[in-house]
Design a protein around this ligand. Structure first.
Ligand SMILES: Cc1cc2nc3c(=O)[nH]c(=O)nc-3n(C[C@H](O)[C@H](O)[C@H](O)COP(=O)(O)OP(=O)(O)OC[C@H]3O[C@@H](n4cnc5c(N)ncnc54)[C@H](O)[C@@H]3O)c2cc1C
Length: 324
């Protein structure tokens, strides 16, 4: 028996939606291990996130400090380690976001534990399912160390729902006594976007090499803004410099599962599908009727984007106007 420690990310004083996938898996593990689900929040200014976290965990541990405003693995990993060692944990779980993927291998080394990375389900108390071969197969992996570290692929797991009764068990820990804060972030250069985060968007519109150049991506941007969608891209489009590489969806980019994924001028290579095939509805627009993207699309339109996008946007605008 041991508790399950869930590292939850906090952005702008809010619990990140992506962390709810880690909470789901933590609850599964707790049903095997018999312990509590303890949510760990680290950051500067976490009061709203704490309130939200009380709806999801049996206990909430907070490490709130002005020096923790910006994430660095060097500072966060020893804090997670110290909290894990104080709380009799059998597993430490995080969502496989860029932060989760960065910090958890360090935590695993510090805890001398095995790391089950990017898992899609809990099979047994120490066994997990994870996608392999660009999502074409699933492997069952087993962790043999007494304490396990786990990262969860958000697009494969339903987010946790609130508990019927929120907990009032909030423990505040002081960062300085857990671990020396001996690294600091000098400057952050955020990419500024009014659009939703790709990992949390319910609609994503992605463009591929067939968009031909960076300027043409303004058509995709317009469609995104009309739909309140996040913008994504294939690797061919990011490699060509049409859009920044943090928009890449796929095996070596982000794995997403929105309600609606619109793929425009994307062929549907296996490595792209690996990152978006779990989307609820997939719409593809491609001028080549043989493009593999049509094999997984729920709705497909064989047309050039030059013809299709203006008509699509006109129809969406009409629909929006009738509903307003
Ligand atoms: C190890 C490895 C990892 C990879 N990881 C990723 C990854 O994470 N994500 C990823 O996306 N790729 C990844 N790739 C690359 C992948 O194999 C493909 O090369 C890439 O996805 C192709 O992008 P694309 O569909 O935009 O381009 P293309 O395959 O060139 O397809 C362009 C499509 O646009 C259509 N088109 C052209 N003009 C128009 C028009 N005017 N109107 C409508 N349609 C048009 C064409 O018919 C075509 O289907 C990886 C490859 C490797 C080897």
């Amino acid at each position: 028996m041991g508790n399950i420690l869930t590292f939850c990310e906090v952005t702008d004083n809010q619990l990140r939606v992506s962390s709810k996938a880690a909470i789901s898996v933590s609850r599964d593990l707790a049903s095997h291990h018999g312990g509590d689900v303890i949510l760990l929040l680290i950051g500067k200014g976490t009061t709203n996130a704490q309130q939200d976290a009380c709806n999801y965990g049996n206990q909430v541990i907070v490490v709130d400090d002005p020096n923790l405003e910006h994430y660095t693995a060097e500072i966060y990993a020893p804090i997670i380690e110290a909290i894990a060692k104080k709380n009799n944990v059998s597993s430490i779980v995080a969502t496989a976001t860029s932060v989760g993927k960065d910090v958890m291998p360090r935590v695993a080394i510090k805890m001398q534990s095995g790391l089950a990375s990017d898992i899609s389900a809990v099979v047994d108390k120490d066994q997990f399912k994870r996608p392999v071969l660009a999502g074409n197969a699933y492997a069952t992996i087993q962790v043999s160390s007494p304490i396990m570290c786990v990262t969860v692929r958000q697009s494969e797991v339903d987010p946790a729902q609130p508990l019927p009764t929120p907990t009032s068990d909030i423990v505040n820990e002081s960062a300085g006594t857990l671990s020396p804060i001996d690294a600091s972030v000098l400057r952050i250069e955020n990419s500024v976007s009014e659009r939703p985060d790709l990992n949390e968007a319910t609609i994503i519109v992605s463009g591929g090499r067939g968009m031909k150049n960076a300027e043409n991506f303004s058509h995709i941007e317009k469609l995104c803004d009309l739909l309140g969608a996040a913008m994504g891209a294939s690797r061919a489009a990011t490699d060509a410099g049409f859009v920044p590489s943090d928009l890449q969806i796929g095996q070596t980019g982000k794995a997403v599962a929105p309600n609606l994924y619109i793929a425009i001028a994307i062929s549907g290579a296996i490595q792209h599908l690996a990152g978006m095939k779990n989307s609820k509805f997939i719409v593809a627009i491609n001028k080549d009727a043989e493009a593999p993207i049509f094999q997984i699309a729920d709705y497909g339109l064989v047309a050039t984007w030059e013809e299709a996008l203006p008509l699509l946007m006109e129809e969406i605008t009409k629909l929006k106007n009738t509903h307003n």
